[in-house]
Design a protein around this ligand. Structure first.
Ligand code: NDP
Length: 461
């Protein structure tokens, strides 16, 4: 049977474009459908604009620090959302064009419309055109998920933040994950009176305990009004703003509300059930380690599979898929050691490998936990402390996890992730000579464990 394409990709985000471009580079005939802008969540309404907003929001701190370094007149002045937004739009247009060009330059064809499956080898575009392909890859990502409360349509989701006409005077952020912590930090830095309501007792559930404590404390220290153990139950329109009722009976008025209550796979209306593609409980596409679904011609990568929902993971899954199918180089991704960073300010929190609680479950563990005031901010009079934590398996001496709370922790963890991925031992870290004076040198100078965990026979430490 002959097909229109060797591969048809649904979704022009990080994972889909990487798979499509690499496959086309191997000589495959590749088509791709994208209903919105090329680049997807990360480039258009996620990591990229978010990180640029983090940079923008750090200007007042930089000015304050400059004063402490002998520049008495340094001031950030007034933030102009309009000026920033116009530059941001130009940058996103550039990136979107680069994504499209990169694929088209290797012979790929882009259909700027929604597509859905109509068979194991066939998709239908929104204009009714049907296209056949030997292989179909679904890379449609995820969508913000609302909490299901009355009036929630009055709130924003993270996508909307990048489209704001002005910075809200008083804003409520709901949630305690990556997005809530980062956006509370950004909005606070850009001048919004920011309230963060989270139902738990400290943010970032699932991360290392000590890092969670430090991020929670830092949010309060930078001026975010933290309301822990609190959940909104109803939103009501109130003039230009929104009145929010909470589960403790209180209510409060905000100019804007942003929900950061998680994301779910964007599988609705894709024709998956009709074609018989197996879905998991959250609507995610179930795949094996080769990203193949139960229908042999259909594959899926990225957040739509709900494995590790991070851009570089989607990219690596897409690349591995292309290498396997068209590059004669079968390979798949090991999802067990993926580093990530939460871009809070002034300190970021970044991790790779096991949390302390997870390491304890596994066996005898040494914990190296260094806390110190870094030279730069200490000179400026700040009490802010950095945390560097290494978790070491006492028997194999391997470093099982690394957690950093400090300036540029995202940059540091990327480098720490290399030896840890290679299986480095604590002694490998120790024989590495320090770079002085840096924050990162602590990573190779932690001589004595701060604590040890023994696993008792009942499994408790
Ligand atoms: P997360 O799943 O990380 O966090 C969702 C938060 O919302 C949790 O704190 C959760 O509470 C809370 N929540 C969920 N449902 C409700 C509800 N009904 N009422 C009140 N609170 C609720 O999702 P995010 O939206 O923060 O991020 C989505 C994904 O985006 C992440 O998985 C991450 O992979 C990715 N991302 C990565 C970034 C990075 O790498 N820097 C940055 C931003 C996003 P609880 O903890 O109690 O369940």
């Amino acid at each position: 049977m002959s097909f229109d394409y060797d591969l048809f990709v649904i979704g022009g985000g990080s994972g889909g474009v990487r798979a499509a471009r690499i496959s086309a580079g191997y000589g495959a005939k590749v088509g791709l459908a994208e209903e919105s802008r090329m680049g997807g969540t990360c480039v258009i309404r996620g990591c990229v604009p978010k990180k640029l907003m983090i940079f923008a929001s750090s200007a007042p701190e930089a000015a304050e620090e400059a004063q402490d370094y002998g520049w008495p007149d340094a001031t950030a002045g007034e933030f102009s959302w309009r000026a920033f937004k116009s530059k941001l739009d130009t940058e996103l247009d550039r990136l979107e064009a680069a994504y499209a060009r990169g694929f088209e330059s290797v012979g790929g064809t882009i259909y700027h419309q929604r597509a859905r499956l109509v068979g194991p080898h066939e998709v239908e575009l929104a204009n009714g055109k049907r296209i056949t392909a030997k292989h179909i890859l679904i890379a449609v990502g995820g969508r913000p998920q609302l909490p299901g409360i009355e009036g929630e349509e009055l709130g924003m989701i993270s996508d909307d933040l990048f489209l704001m006409r002005e910075i809200p005077g008083r804003v409520l952020v709901v949630g305690g994950g990556f997005i809530a912590c980062e956006f509370a930090t950004i909005l606070n830095g850009l001048g919004s009176d920011t309230v963060l309501a989270y139902r738990g007792d400290k943010v970032l559930r699932g991360f290392d305990h000590d890092g969670r404590v430090l991020v929670t404390e830092q949010l309060g220290e930078i001026g975010v009004d933290l309301r822990l153990g609190l959940t909104p139950t109803r939103l009501e329109k109130d003039g230009d703003g929104v009145t929010v009722r909470f589960d403790d009976g209180s209510c409060d008025r905000f100019d804007a509300v942003m929900f950061a209550t998680g994301r779910s796979p964007y599988t609705g209306g894709l024709g998956l059930e009709e074609v018989g593609v197996k879905l998991g409980p959250k609507g995610e596409i179930v795949v094996d380690e080769w990203s193949q679904t139960n229908i042999p011609s259909i594959y899926a990568v990225g957040d739509v599979t709900d494995r590790v929902n991070l851009t570089p993971v989607a990219i690596r899954e897409g690349h591995s898929f292309a290498d396997t199918l068209f590059g004669n180089n079968p390979r798949h991704l090991d999802h067990s050691l993926v580093a990530s960073a939460v871009y809070t300010r002034p300190h970021e929190f970044a991790s790779v490998g096991m949390t302390e609680d997870e390491a304890i479950e596994r066996g005898r563990v040494e914990v190296y936990d260094a806390r110190f005031r870094p030279m730069r901010s200490a000179f400026a009079g700040s009490d802010a402390r950095v945390m560097m934590k290494l978790l070491v398996d006492e028997d194999s001496r391997k470093v099982l996890g690394c957690h950093i709370f400090g300036p540029e922790a995202g940059e540091l963890i990327q480098l720490a992730a290399i030896p840890i991925t290679m299986g480095a031992t604590k002694e490998d870290f120790d024989r590495t000579v320090a770079v002085h004076p840096t924050i990162a040198e602590e990573m190779v100078t932690m001589r004595q464990p701060t604590r040890r965990h023994e696993v008792h026979q009942d499994g408790n430490s």
